[in-house]
Design a protein around this ligand. Structure first.
Ligand code: HEM
Length: 570
């Protein structure tokens, strides 16, 4: 006992033999307790603890994270094992989960490839997927506002499925698959992640291992199926550009690939699709919560969008002119970080840091919850204060406002060699989605149908997985005007019809050699727009209103019609 609590060791709570400090670290909202310990024990912004033999160094100050995870990245960029996944680190060559891999050859090559695709995500073509899906989401919110949490997740999933396999129809399964993996890898998931020895029970006595085998095999089979489907469509000339198609085409042209084969390829791409879902769901859900609780900021964003975009839906070209929108997004991510514990790194060598011995295999936890609640950098840290990014005098204020605030580089995206690869994609998707919300709706608390009282939107209820999102709640999406409502629905109807025609034209082009010869390269943009040009000229809203009125007059003037077809409305 004296040895493990040696006063010359790093500071931290008292450790008990074998268990360390597992007994009073709650699984639920673990980050709150870790921050409490940081406030009590941390010296110089870090402290140590342990759990069932695993050593942890918890960092609560950004400067220490910078020192240990960026400057000493060479030794501190491995990952700890996640007990309830088979070979989570790919030590035995499973090559499956890039973000969880140890620092090995599979990680190095998969990170390089993922980086290439995700930086290409800034291309205009990829932005189209976001515009398209945000329009669909707005229409879904108008038609079925009570289903908003599901449609929000589905939108994030559809974006990733479009980018990865050009098929938004895969979104429901992809979300389910992402949720399964997220639960399995989180401390708040199976008990075998905390009481790790249970994982080693014999197969027949081990429900956790059997369940994981099933989940794992289904996921891998689905990823492989996606790859093979894309390849099949490519052979028929029916595959439009997406990450999988690009990878297959490039490696076929180069006659070589840095990946080992189809299995690894299906995993890199499958994992990319999965990792971009719940990471974006969190901030987007909390943005809704923030807007409901802070109508004054909602009004400011709406005013900015109305003035700068002059009645149109905002696009990414407008982003430099929308600092208030960007500030509200960034403040949401600061106020409610969705990976509050951070993602652990593992040390690869013994080290001495600030005079303390840190043994090889120590898990370094960059506690994002603590970084983002540092009152020196973020005065009034518990409250939603977007002005901290907009007004000179606040420690975080930065100019020019056409560029700042930006979420890129936030501590929430991690550190050093393992820093998140999806920062641009996250920023773009949030600007498009939150901009569309400001354009379309007044976000409000929902009212009880009987009493008329406002239903509360809780601030502190969430799951406790590695990536969190708010628990189910209710709120109202009130279209900003009847005209805006019609416009949003019309925009989506036209987009959807256009997309359907483009897809059909593409497949048609593949079947029709003359078109192929004429069309040359058939990217979605160069598909002959024959059908699209035949689209009826879009009707002005005034004309639509006039037609509605005429129809009403007509229905009323023909009593039988009115009676017989009681359901007829404009
Ligand atoms: C708000 C959104 C997001 C947050 C807060 C977030 C956060 C993180 C964090 C904390 C890490 C680990 C960093 C470390 O170990 O130091 C990470 C890694 C990663 N993220 Fe994100 N992420 C987000 C969105 C995305 C998106 C949209 C994608 C891709 C589509 C993505 C792809 C990745 C990948 C591939 C890694 C693994 C990097 C590696 O291990 O080398 N992330 N992310």
């Amino acid at each position: 006992f004296r040895e493990i609590n040696d006063p010359r060791g790093p500071p931290g709570p008292l450790q008990w033999p074998f268990v360390g400090r597992v007994h009073d670290l709650p699984i639920e909202f673990m980050w709150i307790k870790l921050k409490e310990w940081a406030d009590k024990y941390a010296v110089d912004g870090f402290y140590r603890t342990s759990m069932l033999g695993a050593n942890f160094l918890v960092i609560s100050d950004e400067r220490i994270a910078e020192e240990l995870l960026v400057r000493k990245a060479k030794y501190n960029s491995d990952r700890p094992v996640i007990r309830s996944l088979f070979d989570s680190k790919s030590t035995c060559g499973s090559m499956e989960y890039l973000p969880l891999m140890g620092k090995n050859e599979y990680w190095a090559r998969q990170r390089k490839i993922s980086h290439a695709y995700l930086t290409e995500a800034t291309n205009a073509r990829y932005h189209k997927a976001m515009y398209f899906e945000s329009k669909r989401w707005i229409a879904r919110l108008i038609q079925n506002p009570d289903d908003f949490q599901h449609s929000l997740e589905d939108m994030c999933s559809k974006v990733m499925c479009q980018l990865t396999w050009d098929d938004p129809g895969l979104s429901e399964y992809c979300t389910k698959s992402a949720w399964g993996l997220l639960t399995q890898m989180s401390p708040a998931g199976p008990i075998t992640n905390v009481i790790t020895p249970l994982w080693h029970l014999p197969w027949h006595l081990n429900p956790w291992k059997r369940a994981e085998r099933k989940r794992h095999d289904e996921q891998q089979a689905w990823w492989m199926d996606r790859l093979l489907t894309v390849r099949e469509k490519m052979a028929k000339g029916q595959m439009r550009p997406c990450w999988t198609q690009q990878y297959l085409e490039r490696s076929a042209n180069a006659k070589k690939s840095s990946l080992s084969g189809d299995y690894e390829t299906s995993c890199v791409l499958g994992m990319l699709a999965l990792v971009g879902i719940f990471t974006v769901v969190g901030p987007l859900s909390y943005y809704l919560v923030a807007m409901v609780h802070h109508p004054e900021w909602q009004a400011a964003v709406q005013k900015e969008v109305d003035e700068k975009c002059q009645g149109r839906l905002p696009t990414l070209d407008d982003a430099p002119n929308l600092p208030i929108l960007r500030a509200c997004i960034k403040e949401t991510m600061r106020w409610k970080p969705n990976v509050p514990t951070g993602v652990a790194h593992e040390t690869e060598v013994d080290d001495v840091f600030r005079g303390y011995f840190i043994p090889k295999g120590t898990r370094i936890l960059p506690l994002d919850w603590a970084f983002l609640r540092n009152p020196d950098k973020y005065p009034d840290p518990d409250n939603f204060r977007p002005e901290r990014w907009l007004k000179p005098g606040w420690p975080t204020y930065q100019e020019p406002l056409t560029q700042y605030p930006t979420i890129k580089g936030m501590t929430s995206f991690g550190w050093g060699q393992r820093q998140c690869l999806g920062q641009t994609l996250t920023q773009d998707e949030l600007i498009v989605a939150c901009g569309a919300l400001a354009w379309a709706f007044n976000l409000k608390p929902k009212r009880d149908r009987v009493t008329g009282a406002e239903l509360p939107v809780p601030l502190n209820k969430s799951n406790s997985l590695l990536i969190i999102k708010p628990d189910p709640f209710q709120m109202a999406f009130e279209p900003r005007s009847e005209r805006r409502r019609e416009e949003a629905l019309q925009i989506w109807a036209m987009e959807e019809a256009k997309d359907r025609r483009k897809r059909a034209a593409f497949v048609h082009g593949a079947r029709c050699p003359s078109l192929k010869a004429n069309g040359g390269e058939r990217t979605p943009d160069s598909v002959p727009d024959v059908d699209i040009k035949r689209e009826p000229p879009s009707m002005s809203l005034d004309k639509l209103e006039q037609l509605k009125r005429d129809l009403l007059v007509h229905i009323k003037s023909v009593p039988e019609l009115h009676r017989d077809k009681g359901m007829i409305t404009p």
